[in-house]
Design a protein around this ligand. Structure first.
Ligand SMILES: *Cc1c(COP(=O)(O)O)cnc(C)c1O
Length: 470
């Protein structure tokens, strides 16, 4: 492809992209294909001869698109969103065009310095503790792994990096509602799943500090070395908020590392009225939230903050001859701030998003999502035969249909599973589920970039219609 041909195709694609955003509501939100439908459309072998771009693009539209679940559809109420926004897409186009590797300052000074500035902007915008230093990671899973590894090295004085595990008997604490990425990190960091303690939650699904302290004490008595606690603001199942301050105080008392995961709900800290949920964050050693979930920035972009930058660097720093540069002493070489060496230029999309929305534009949209969720939750509470199953601090509603005559848990769970499947089969909206203490709950997240009252009213209508057909 020559630059001239590229220009032509790129213009076509941009037109298609704009059309897509204008008409995305015509697609079924959740892809309706069956397993292997797409695979069997694809040829057994790659083409030996070059194919025209037009053919490839036509096949994309014909074969690929029907196997896509439309995460940017405003009636996407599933999981947590992986949001995008038009300015973010434009930034991704530039990032792809530059194709820069941003591992060191020298490999693209602007990328390193824009990243440093964006992390400081986020701190200001969200009222995060001043002592935090930030870096962009690909995902919250990676950030949590980085946190555990840093804790491991700090508490073993760099020993495990050096000689591997000796007889350390580290234990790590989270709640029964903590995201599975912590368990994955426990396995990878070498602590062993058996040494992860899942602390009980209260009736709002938040970690019980007294149960945490008791578990720490028991482990100390048995000769374990309690190492780290992970708390969550906005758990994945129900957006429960662990009491950061109480947990942080326990961490201080027993000299434990304190990691806070707010992958989805972290964006809510843009709103001053939401800051009370983050009280105690100043006690955390590390903190992560995902602009790629609720802050209208394309995946991947996870904002990771640390209190002790030196401990982070000691964990990951590596300096082979071929990576040494003259500027090393004065700049941030982000390859030393996490696991991968190569890094995409991810700060650019954050810069585009923050500038084109403005802080107040971001706040308005988040505030509107929260308002939409609260008003729908009120409608559900007022309606006959619906039950809200967890508090709604942000914009996720966990609910079920519960007709008065039905008490049996298994039957109610089956009924709601069927309801969810029927809703998703319509293609008009996409919701997912969770279990809250054995109760099957339908999750409805109102956080898609372009969702408005119209789609929220429509999904409530749809739910009620599908209930009548059960
Ligand atoms: C989504 C989520 C994660 C994982 O996020 P990735 O960026 O996909 O790794 C971790 N923790 C919580 C609370 C989440 O909701």
């Amino acid at each position: 492809m020559t630059p001239q041909q590229f220009r032509k195709h790129a213009h076509q694609l941009v037109d298609w992209m704009a059309d897509y955003y204008e008409t995305v509501e015509n697609f079924p939100v959740k892809s309706q294909v069956q397993p292997k439908d797409i695979y069997s459309l694809l040829p057994d072998s790659p083409p030996v001869e070059a194919e025209p771009f037009e053919t490839v693009f036509a096949d994309f539209k014909r074969d690929i698109l029907k196997g896509i679940t439309h995460w940017q559809h405003p009636s996407f109420f599933a999981y947590f969103p992986a949001n995008s926004s038009l300015p973010s897409v434009l930034a991704e186009m530039l990032t792809a065009t530059l194709g820069a590797q941003c591992m060191s300052w020298e490999t693209s000074p602007a990328a390193a310095e824009l990243e440093e500035r964006m992390m400081n902007w986020l701190k200001q915008m969200m009222g995060l503790p001043d002592h935090f230093v930030g870096v962009i990671q690909d995902t919250a899973s990676t950030a949590t792994l980085a946190s555990l590894l840093t804790a491991r090295e700090k508490f073993s004085d760099g020993g495990i990096n050096q000689r591997g595990f000796a007889n350390e008997k580290f234990t790590v604490y989270c709640s029964t509602e903590t995201h599975s990425s912590l368990e994955k990190a426990i396995k990878i960091a070498g602590f062993g799943k058996e040494n992860l303690r899942k602390i009980a939650v209260d009736d709002q699904f938040a970690m019980q500090p007294s149960a945490l302290e008791q578990a720490i004490r028991e482990d100390l008595e048995k000769g374990y070395q309690p190492l780290c606690v992970t708390a969550t603001v906005g758990t994945t199942s129900s957006t429960a908020v662990d009491p950061l301050f109480a947990i942080g105080e326990i961490c201080q008392k027993y000299h434990l590392w304190f990691h806070v995961d707010a992958a989805f709900a972290g964006t809510a800290a843009l709103l001053p009225e939401m800051r009370p949920y983050f009280r105690g964050l100043e006690l955390a050693d590390t903190y992560v939230f995902n602009p790629h979930k609720w802050m209208f920035t394309n995946f991947d972009c996870s904002a990771y903050f640390v209190k002790d930058k030196a401990a982070l660097l000691r964990t990951f720093e590596i300096l082979p001859e071929y990576l040494k540069t003259k500027a090393d002493a004065q700049v941030n070489n982000y390859r030393d701030w996490g696991v991968p060496l190569g890094r995409r230029f991810r700060a650019l999309k954050l810069w585009f998003v923050i500038r084109t929305f403005g802080v107040s534009g971001l706040q308005d949209r988040i505030r509107e999502h929260v308002r939409l969720a609260h008003s729908l939750a009120e409608k559900m509470k007022a309606a006959k035969d619906y039950e809200i199953l967890a508090p709604v601090p942000f914009s996720l509603i966990c609910f079920r249909y519960k007709p008065a005559h039905l008490q049996d848990l298994t039957k109610l769970n089956e009924l709601n599973a069927r309801l969810l499947e029927n809703i998703n089969k319509t293609g008009q909206a996409y919701l997912t589920h969770t279990k809250l203490k054995d109760v099957y709950a339908i999750r409805l997240v109102i956080a898609q970039t372009y969702v408005s009252q119209k789609q929220v009213d429509a999904v409530w209508e749809l739910i009620q219609e599908e209930v009548l057909k059960l």
